[in-house]
Design a protein around this ligand. Structure first.
Ligand SMILES: [Fe+2]
Ligand SMILES: [Fe+2]
Length: 333
């Protein structure tokens, strides 16, 4: 879902010395990017472009599977059978998104095991939003409405990413994300319109807790996001962090009004001159703290992932043994 941490990795060094052949390939690559062409897995690409994509796509894949955890916690406690079925399907979708994205990353010459090892060792990043806890059922609806809503804003432009396997994966993912957003909004609307005062208060409390972390999902401000310019140049990133954040605020204010919840920002105000909603200052120290591993649930999420990986070892081994047996049987036939 979630690409917020993309701008937070250190800049890679670009090799200074290149052969004449490589310089010609680079010129051709730049021309293709400028012409808006897609790059396929077998095409020549600069090492830095490849490395940046591996980092971005794998961080995105990690975010999908870590994102299963906060909501997965609520599957056994969903209030009705209908909500349980919806939540099961949504969490399963997120697992599928992870698989499409790991597959897209593998086309760049990295193995899934290497990527997972980087996640489990704490080397790789995933979206910080999943390091916040889901305290009540209203958090599940709020994640659908706001977190998936912010993810859609972030991800629709990636459907036009210059790297074709990533762009293709994103088209499918975005279709499913829009269902996620709507189911979240629908769950909250039911609580707001048909619920008790206590349920309405629960929704408001969840919105109060998720609003600011959701604004942080778009990444640091443009002037503090040094890798963004290169991402734009390569057609990996199409719209800047601040522009995406503004689009999200503009779209969400009206939805909050329909729901009947307030957004926890006294500075939120329509600016007729700009044609956008103004909003208050984001506490970036909180963002950097969570990115740095000190969020409320960083340790819990990572250990849940590592435990799941270790507990699932026998399934992987059995699947490999089965595949091997199948191959031997086929060769013998
Ligand atoms: Fe997703
Ligand atoms: Fe989603």
């Amino acid at each position: 879902m979630y690409t917020q941490a993309m701008d937070t990795a250190p800049k890679d060094a670009t090799p200074a010395v290149r052969s004449a052949d490589e310089a010609a390939l680079q010129t051709r690559f730049d021309a293709r990017i400028d012409a808006g062409e897609f790059i396929e897995a077998k095409d020549w690409m600069p090492a830095h472009y490849r490395k940046t994509l591996i980092r971005q796509i794998s961080q995105h894949a990690h975010s999908e599977i870590v994102g299963m955890l906060p909501e997965g916690n609520w599957i056994t406690r969903a209030p009705t059978l209908k909500r349980k079925a919806i939540l099961l399907a949504k969490v399963q979708d997120e697992g599928g998104h992870g698989l499409y994205l790991y597959a897209a990353a593998e086309t760049l010459g990295v193995s899934r095991d290497e990527l997972l090892e980087a996640l489990h060792s704490g080397q790789a990043k995933y979206s910080s939003i999943f390091n916040y806890p889901t305290l009540t059922w209203a958090d599940v609806g709020t994640i659908g409405w706001l977190v998936d809503g912010a993810a859609i804003m972030n991800q629709v432009p990636i459907c036009r990413c210059s790297y074709a396997p990533y762009a293709r994966a994103m088209i499918r993912i975005c279709r499913e994300e829009s269902f996620h957003q709507r189911q979240g909004f629908d769950a909250l609307l039911t609580m707001m319109q048909q619920g008790t005062d206590a349920q309405r208060a629960m929704v408001q409390d969840a919105v109060n807790r998720w609003w600011w972390p959701c604004l942080m999902m778009f990444g640091p401000p443009d002037d503090q996001s040094p890798n963004s310019a290169q991402g734009m140049r390569w057609g990996i990133k199409r719209i800047s962090n601040d522009e995406l954040r503004q689009k999200f605020v503009d779209a969400t204010v009206e939805q909050a009004r329909v729901l009947g919840v307030s957004l926890p920002d006294p500075a939120l105000q329509w600016n007729a001159a700009r044609g956008h909603w103004d909003f208050g200052a984001i506490d970036w120290s909180e963002f950097w703290q969570v990115v740095g591993g000190e969020g409320p649930c960083n340790r819990e999420r990572l250990s849940a992932r590592v435990n799941a990986w270790q507990a699932g070892a026998w399934v992987r081994e059995a699947a490999m043994a089965h595949a091997q047996k199948h191959t031997i049987q086929q060769e013998a036939a």
